[in-house]
Design a protein around this ligand. Structure first.
Ligand code: SF4
Length: 487
């Protein structure tokens, strides 16, 4: 156990996260020792026990005469900088993403590009300011440039995107921390769930005043855990409520190979779905069994060919690096199998061990498995993407990722996942419906407000009216601000 002691209850999250990046296998505790009123006003201190690392002598100082809360950001940056230096010298290591915690790398790169920097200058800024490695800084700047070019073709102000959550899956993966319920156990409730979604769609169409969505993304869960008939009901509802003809992108995240059939693909194609996914996560059968996916690599190959035969020319595949027991040979095998298929889009995830997942329990029970996500495995995936003619176009990091790495989406030019970029850059409203979905409403002044749906399916269906009312209130706030700005 590592304990950091701070004398101000600010930045607890950042301090905890940064220490954890250096000591992923340790339990890290951040304690506050003194009430804030006893703080020597403009200073922050961090002491470590039991080794008594001390950074208080090098204080993160607020400008004279200004209180800490007003100088919060400057203090936070200075504190993180000091802490990062101490941790580097203590461990003899640097991190690929330096001291970046809780900030999206591409957001920083995007801000620099908007301010007139070249991609090269934006990358240098990230290296200088946050200690980000040259490779990661250049990757962020290249992705930001690609995102900017996609966003420049979208009317983010008047458009919006729609997310529909289908929280059912054939089985639950070991690492899952999403809203997912076993499809077989909920079979009898699916019709009612689809009716609830219909009511939410009708509300979305009303609250968006007939505005045209730019993208629709049906995710989960596993949308194709619905039967072909249920899928048809769902996609008919979408077509009744929204003009789907002019969509820039219409995605169904089919995901699990064992849920993809020719009938379902036919329904999707007939309703104008333009992008879909077949997600293996790994092409090693041993690992697939271990992580509880209950399908084989051969089924992934069959599902992919079935999707191509059904006419899908924009297919995404997801893989995860750092899965239990996998090493470079396994990752190479996965990328070779995927390269032979030639998807249009490949998302490379670094395994994130969420506290709520069965994987966290599994680790506690079985000890730390071999979870090797390294520069070498990341490079194997990046090289495979490059050789398939795919370019990195979106990137995000999560807490507790194996090896302080990142998730990167690669795609063929012209096939970049627009919804993925929009959700990352938060430049337009995403109206999200279904259990566990989170609406992010962008106000005219740029403020973003969230509105969460209940995660539990039964609670979601029982409390639909309450959720609709909350969202109506949120959107009436936007309408009011729009009205005021026109006056
Ligand atoms: S397919 Fe995705 S949502 Fe479903 S159980 Fe696996 S990780 Fe969770």
């Amino acid at each position: 156990m590592l304990t950091a002691t701070v004398n101000l209850d600010l930045y607890r999250y950042e301090i905890h996260s940064l220490i954890k990046e250096f000591y992923p296998e340790e339990t890290v505790k951040v304690e506050v020792t003194a009430p804030e009123t006893e703080m020597p006003a403009p200073f922050l201190s961090v002491f470590f026990a039991p080794d008594a690392i001390r950074i208080a002598d090098r204080r993160a100082e607020a400008a004279e005469g200004e209180d800490l809360s007003r100088k919060g950001r400057a203090c936070k940056t200075a504190l993180k900088h000091l802490l990062y230096e101490v941790l580097c010298s203590r461990t003899g290591r640097t991190l690929p993403w330096g001291e970046l915690i809780g900030i999206r790398p591409t957001k920083i790169a995007m801000q620099r590009l908007d301010a007139g920097d070249s991609a090269e200058e934006a990358a240098s800024y990230m290296q200088r300011t946050y200690g980000v490695s040259r490779g990661k800084a250049s990757l962020s700047a290249a992705i930001a440039e690609r995102e900017k070019s996609v966003l420049s073709r979208i009317n983010t102000k008047d458009g919006y995107s729609l997310y529909i959550g289908i929280p059912f899956c054939p089985t639950t993966c070991l690492y899952c921390s999403f809203t997912s319920f076993p499809a077989a156990a909920w079979k009898e409730s699916i019709a009612r769930y689809l009716q609830c979604l219909r009511r939410e769609m009708e509300q979305a169409a009303t609250l968006m005043h007939g505005r045209r969505p730019d993208t629709i993304y049906i995710g989960g869960g596993t949308p194709t855990s619905l039967s072909a008939e249920e899928l048809e009901v769902l996609l008919d509802s979408v077509a009744d409520c929204f003009p789907v003809e002019g969509l820039l992108e219409y995605t169904v995240e089919a995901g699990r190979a064992d849920s993809i059939t020719a009938d379902k693909l036919k329904v999707m194609k007939a309703h104008g779905v333009s992008r879909m996914s077949v997600n293996p996560q790994t092409m090693n059968d041993r690992t697939l069994q271990l992580i509880g996916r209950r399908h084989t690599a051969a089924q992934v190959i069959d599902a992919f060919h079935l999707a191509r035969e059904a006419g899908f020319d924009n297919i995404n595949m997801d893989i995860i690096l750092g899965l239990p027991g996998e090493d470079e040979t396994d990752v190479r095998h996965t990328t070779e199998e995927i390269s032979a298929l030639g998807p249009d889009d490949l998302t490379v995830h670094s395994l994130a061990i969420k506290r709520a997942s069965r994987l966290a329990e599994w680790i506690a029970k079985n000890g730390m498995p071999v979870m090797v996500n390294t520069d070498a495995t990341m490079a194997i995936a990046a090289d495979a993407a490059k050789n398939m003619g795919l370019f990195p176009y979106y990137l995000y990091r999560q807490k507790n990722m194996a090896g302080n790495f990142e998730n990167v989406g690669y795609a063929k030019p012209g096939k970049y996942g627009i919804y993925n970029i929009l959700i990352m850059e938060e430049v337009q409203t995403v109206f999200a419906i279904g259990a566990g979905a989170v609406t992010k409403a962008v106000f005219p002044d740029g403020r973003i407000e969230r509105c969460d749906n209940c995660k539990d399916v039964a609670t979601y269906m029982e409390n639909l009216d309450e959720m609709l009312a909350r969202r109506e209130k949120l959107f009436s706030g936007i309408a009011e601000q729009e009205g005021n700005s026109k006056k």
